[in-house]
Design a protein around this ligand. Structure first.
Ligand SMILES: [Mg+2]
Length: 134
């Protein structure tokens, strides 16, 4: 069951069976989403990079990771439902923006922020006068 719409229906059914919609203001959902993201982050607290990379390989680590990832997704699905925003459409629209922001020709294999790519492009596009700088 990986269809986003079906997942959203299940999460909303869980919420509605408990009459929790009344508590799900946009602010409450945004706060909750971030708290769950912090729980995901907490899995890395005081851990070495090697221990973090090994999380999915152990039963306990994999369950902890999966649980927090699911919590984040559930709040994101609830946020989408309450705000009336289609996660699928929003993701495709943002992906199109990112494709413009991070052109493959300029950023393949690079991890810098897009503003640096833009500065590189502007510097290489700047007209040169041939006069030495003073
Ligand atoms: Mg959690």
């Amino acid at each position: 069951m990986n269809d986003l719409a079906e997942l959203a229906r299940r999460v909303c059914a869980f919420r509605d069976a408990r009459d929790w919609r009344q508590f799900h203001s946009l602010r409450s959902l945004i706060v909750s989403l971030n708290l769950e993201a912090a729980e995901l982050l907490e899995l890395t607290q005081w851990q070495t990079d090697e221990a973090i990379e090994a999380l999915p390989a152990s039963d306990a680590g994999r369950v902890a990771l999966a649980d927090e990832m699911a919590d984040v997704l559930m709040y994101l699905l609830l946020l989408a439902e309450v705000s009336g925003i289609s996660l699928g459409e929003a993701t495709l629209a943002k992906l199109a923006k990112n494709e413009l922001k991070y052109p493959v020709a300029r950023c393949r294999g690079r991890s810098e922020k897009y503003t640096l790519y833009r500065e590189d492009a502007e510097a290489s596009a700047a007209p040169t006068t041939g006069a030495p700088e003073t």
